[in-house]
Design a protein around this ligand. Structure first.
Ligand code: GLY
Ligand code: MN
Ligand code: MN
Length: 432
């Protein structure tokens, strides 16, 4: 796609955002979304993709469908994107013609009453077409009617054909001839290489998370409840503009630190505990995923220090391996070698890396890393008998030569952590 009309469309989006504060704030330029749809169309060969926002429901925070957001920048639950790729027959001379891509957006109908209650939303018409760069916008009520016209035996791409959106039930009932194919595996390779704009968003999510974690270093003391640190961390993320966390915050003290998916965050933190915080802000749709482990009272015990330094050394060895061409397995083995060398293999529980992007656990195409991919490096050791769980996790972007640690704003050596915690403790000391 040509970068044509980039500036005017940015200006237009800016104006719309100002005017409505509504459904179109903080989108990438339409051209970028269009380029992603074209790339997807190449992988589709021929067929129709139907991608629906997460179903609208009660008043709880709704998480936008990440693939719909990736392809359109839209977060509205009530939106369906339909892409049809067709191969025109060859002309008389036998020359094949390039495939064509037909794009449609199905939106809820205009409703002044709903707008009165909920504020502006996108509805079919020229304004939506202009705002999204998708010319053909239609009321969602005609979606099934339109799809019923698909030619006999067409390929129908759904995110997960085993779990089709409920709204498509009437179509699937009437059209058993459609050949259902998974779209997820076509989207994963596209999503796994991030643009500079995407990396900037992840970096900002990491910065907000780092700010929160530094505040936790400064404020933590025995007697606090885990949820107090959660509140402090999330306050810093929200204040920086994060609409939500990218995943449920884990604030795990003592024995809880050995429970990988602990999320209750209800325990009172005791003197002598380690506190493991696995947290990440969401920023403009993109996730951070960062873990730090620190002593509740500001000083590591000798035993905690010994194991902490092994995890940190394992993480450093792994981060040093990250570069284009390397697999996640190689990175994992680098961390593992350090842990094994220290004789602590019995404390291992999980893999060392996963991709990060619109989701904290982002899909990937597998295989070797490439420049622009974003992954975590997160070795951990867990010894329930000792009530000791330690994980150190950073989000890093693969660069030409190696990687850049996006969450470097949260110190992780023992000396740095103890120094930051000492400043916090001094500020709270009696007489101050
Ligand atoms: N927060 C989940 C993970 O670290 O993979
Ligand atoms: Mn994590
Ligand atoms: Mn992770």
């Amino acid at each position: 796609v040509k970068p044509r009309a980039l500036a005017p469309s940015l200006l237009l989006l800016g104006l719309i955002s100002l005017a409505t504060g509504g459904p179109l704030t903080d989108r990438d330029p339409n051209e970028e979304h269009r380029a992603r749809r074209l790339a997807l169309a190449v992988g589709m060969v021929e067929g129709t993709l139907v991608l629906t926002g997460a179903p609208a429901g009660d008043y709880r925070d709704r998480i936008p469908e990440p693939n719909l957001f990736y392809l359109t920048g839209l977060t509205d639950a009530d939106t369906t994107l339909v892409l049809t790729v067709s191969k025109p027959p060859a002309d008389e001379s036998g020359r094949s013609k390039p495939p064509t891509l037909l794009e449609r957006l199905y939106l809820p109908p205009a409703s002044p009453r709903r707008e009165r209650w909920e504020g502006p939303f996108l509805h079919p018409g020229p304004a939506a077409a202009k705002a999204t760069g998708i010319d053909d916008t239609r009321p969602k009520g005609v979606l099934i009617e339109d799809l019923l016209k698909l030619p006999e035996g067409s390929r129908l791409y759904l995110l997960d054909p085993r779990n089709p959106p409920r709204a498509l039930a009437p179509l699937l009932r009437h059209r058993p001839d459609l050949d259902l194919l998974p779209a997820r595996s076509l989207l994963a390779p596209l999503r796994s290489v991030k643009s500079e704009g995407e990396v900037a968003r992840i970096r900002k999510a990491c910065e907000l998370t780092a700010e929160g974690l530094r505040a936790c270093y400064a404020q933590c003391r025995p007697g606090m409840f885990e949820y107090e640190l959660q509140a402090l961390l999330e306050f810093h993320c929200r204040r920086g503009g994060a609409p939500r966390q990218a995943f449920a915050s884990i604030v795990a003290s003592g024995l809880n630190g050995t429970v990988l998916h602990y999320q209750a965050n209800r325990r009172r933190i005791e003197d002598g505990d380690l506190v493991l915080m696995d947290v990440g802000a969401e920023h403009l749709g993109y996730a951070a995923d960062v873990t730090r482990t620190f002593p509740a009272n500001g000083r590591f015990t000798d035993e905690q220090a010994r194991i902490y330094d092994v995890v940190l050394a394992a993480q450093k060895a792994a981060i040093d391996r990250v570069k284009p061409g390397v697999t996640l397995r190689t990175i994992h083995l680098a961390a593992d070698a350090v842990i094994e060398e220290a004789g602590l293999s019995s404390g291992r529980m999980h893999a060392t890396s996963h991709h990060v992007g619109l989701e904290a656990h982002d899909p990937s195409r597998g295989g070797p890393l490439a420049k622009g991919m974003v992954i975590t490096v997160e070795p951990g050791l867990y010894f329930p008998e000792q009530g000791l769980g330690i994980r150190i996790e950073d989000t890093v972007v693969v660069t030409e030569e190696g990687c850049d640690v996006l969450s470097a704003g949260v110190p992780k050596t023992r000396a740095e952590i103890e120094a930051l915690m000492a400043v916090g403790n001094a500020a709270r000391a009696p007489g101050k």
